[in-house]
Ligand binder design. Structure first.
Ligand SMILES: [Zn+2]
Length: 225
């Protein structure tokens, strides 16, 4: 029974991972969260994750992953690199192997803390070219982690086949749509909640919310703020 076990959520303080945090709280007896500090452009991201974890009474570990920026300079950490589509067709926020590394570090931490369940908000539906968000990769990594540490990890990906509108729907089912809308940080300009409204992350998030709300309340057009 999952209900009696403990899970670690890979948690950034954004919409997706916060939805996963609430999902995990419903599924598991005990939930911890781990956030990776890799020198994010906006320090608010870490603070946002910390304040959600505190409010939700979740034990929270922030791991220093600043070496990521040493390996791969990118627009998430370097303010002089604009957020746009790069020459390779991937956004300049892309970091090779980031989810791979995050999940592997989370697994070591989870095992040390007596947990075998890992929860991550990766998603193949909104696949924007990140190979380590794909279901086939997650399944492969799951086998690799079990072999690497001789431990029966289970990686859970509740958002894998959901689009942005479905993810809002899941939050709504759990009665946390408003909480997630108001308290999470997705915006590249570091503005919590509905964000700046202009950056690609805000546009994607808002489009998903509008789509979900118009599906839920067909007579009611758009998002009221
Ligand atoms: Zn924004």
């Amino acid at each position: 029974m999952l209900k009696q076990e403990k899970a670690f959520v890979v948690f950034s303080g954004g919409q997706d991972s916060t939805t996963c945090l609430f999902w995990a709280k419903q599924q598991f007896a005990e939930v911890e969260a781990v956030t990776f500090d890799y020198g994010q452009r906006h320090r608010d991201e870490i603070e946002c994750a910390q304040s959600i974890a505190r409010e939700q009474n979740i034990k929270h570990t922030v791991l220093d992953m600043s070496l990521l920026n040493q390996l791969a300079p990118n627009a998430l950490t370097r303010s002089e690199i604009p957020i746009e589509e790069g020459d390779n067709g991937l956004p300049t926020t892309f970091v090779d192997g980031r989810n791979h590394l995050f999940l592997s570090f989370a697994a070591v931490l989870a095992k040390q803390n007596g947990a075998r369940h890992l929860v991550t908000g990766v998603c193949e539906t909104d696949f924007s070219g990140y190979p380590d968000c794909r279901d086939s990769f997650i399944k492969s990594l799951n086998v690799t982690l079990n072999l690497a540490m001789d431990y029966p990890f289970v990686i859970h990906t509740p958002l894998m086949w959901l689009d942005k509108a479905d993810t809002w729907g899941l939050a709504d089912e759990m009665n946390v749509l408003e909480y997630i809308r108001n308290n999470t940080l997705t915006c590249y300009n570091g503005i919590i909640g509905d964000g700046c409204g202009e950056c690609p992350a805000c546009k994607l998030r808002r489009a998903g919310l509008e789509q979900y709300l118009s599906r839920r309340d067909p007579g009611n057009q758009g998002v009221t703020s």
